[in-house]
Ligand binder design. Structure first.
Ligand code: PLP
Length: 400
């Protein structure tokens, strides 16, 4: 009955569902406070109070066209202008409303730009580990996903392999920083080198290679780390942004695509992207949420709460003898599995009511992702259980 293209997704979906159901099963038996579910990237910090207030204020609007009507496929002009000005203040850029297309979250934004630029067979490069949905998004437009192997020491992109894998068919490269699942932030040096390689290869092949910066975690950074603003380093950059994490609104589905004037063929790309938004089925981003963003554009989430979790979890795991790169951003920690088969390790963790995601789900076996967007109590209560798990693998507490 269903399309061949969907069959693999249906099979994989059962793995995600099983993880979800396992959490529910354990909670029913042991009680929610005795289950340490680190599997989901759902923000644990509530949306800022001003967001709630903006929703209440806006809901009073009764004119059907002002708030609830159809609009330009790119979204409300005033909201786009407000966002552009906010970006200009923060990054010293010169964007205006026309450079922004409001989207149904980052997922939709990525689909819109891929639909806009990909011909069947075009190649899109991604750096492992990566958000596995990229494969689905690229497949939606019959593109070909090209993976770069991970550097499991630093989780910075492997640029030697990257350069070798760029071909005349390379149409786009997706980067995600701060990064899901490792929490790593790409350094300015990395970005400069990556941009240099792209310039060189575009020239060599006479092609257009779009750098897609998927950055829903831009504001979630710790220890004063700077996240380079990519349009400054490479002109053919498109930014895909989302308020899912930065304002804790993942269910509301709101974000934007930013297409700079400097991008080759910018005007045509902007026009095509607005149409792709429409014919991809979103039509336009949710109007209420666009207006909320217009009122709350410079609001911030409580990064300190995630930071407290990050420190407690990282220190706790290192104390147990586990190995991981200290995350600098997002709300994920990518821990080395003590055995190569990390799925077996995830199964063993369940005995202690610990739920973590196998690295295979991010094209990086041998590691597990721990999403620390949970309560501080969950982190603290889980640490003795992690200690028992570590002992099962013969790991010993680290000496500090
Ligand atoms: N990109 C990355 C790296 C993500 O981690 C996520 C969500 O977890 C998304 C995109 C999708 O975000 P959104 O909820 O805005 O569609």
């Amino acid at each position: 009955m269903i399309a061949d293209k969907m069959k693999g997704f249906v099979r994989n979906n059962s793995a995600v569902r099983m993880m979800f159901e396992e959490g529910n099963r354990l909670r029913a038996i042991y009680g929610a406070d005795k289950v340490y579910d680190f599997s989901l990237g759902n923000p644990s910090v509530p949306a800022p109070e001003s967001v709630r207030q903006a929703i209440i204020d806006l809901a009073r609007e009764t004119d059907p066209v002002v708030l609830h009507g159809y609009m330009s496929n790119a979204g409300f002009e005033d909201v786009r202008q407000t966002i552009a000005e906010s970006l200009n203040r923060r990054f010293g850029t010169a964007f205006s409303a026309k450079n922004l297309i409001m989207t149904v979250g980052a997922a939709s934004g990525l689909n819109v730009i891929l639909k806009t630029i990909l011909n069947p067979g075009d190649e899109v490069i991604v750096f492992a580990p990566y958000f596995l949905e990229y494969g689905a998004y690229v497949g939606n437009y019959d593109g070909k996903l090209v993976e770069i192997a991970p550097d499991t020491e630093t989780f910075q992109p492997n640029l030697e392999e990257f350069e070798q894998k760029i071909t005349p068919l390379t149409k786009a490269v997706i980067v995600n920083t701060p990064h899901n699942p490792t929490g790593v932030v790409y350094t300015e040096e990395t970005i400069k080198k990556l941009a240099g390689i792209l310039e060189k290869k575009q020239k060599e092949y006479g092609t257009f290679i779009c750098l897609i910066s998927d950055e829903p975690y831009r504001e979630l950074v710790y220890d004063g780390v700077e996240v380079p603003w990519l349009t400054k380093y490479y002109k053919n950059t498109v930014v895909g942004y989302s308020y899912s994490k930065s304002l804790s609104l993942p269910g509301e589905r709101i974000g934007y695509l930013l297409i700079p004037d400097e991008l080759d063929g910018s005007e045509e790309v902007i026009t095509a992207a607005a149409i792709a938004n429409r014919i991809g089925g979103s039509v336009n981003a949710p109007s209420l949420m666009q207006k909320v963003i217009g009122k709350c554009v410079d609001e911030k989430t409580d990064v300190a709460a995630y930071d407290r979790n990050r420190k407690a979890l990282y220190d706790g795991l290192v104390d147990c003898g586990f190995t991981c790169v200290k995350p600098q951003g997002a709300f994920y920690l990518f821990m080395k599995s003590p055995v190569p088969d990390e799925k077996a390790f995830c199964e063993a963790a369940k005995k202690y009511n610990i739920l973590v995601v196998p690295g295979t789900s991010f094209a990086c076996p041998g590691f597990v992702r721990i999403a620390y967007c949970v309560s501080y109590e969950t982190i603290m209560n889980s640490l003795p259980e992690f200690k028992k798990l570590a002992a099962e693998y013969g790991l010993t507490p680290a000496n500090h």
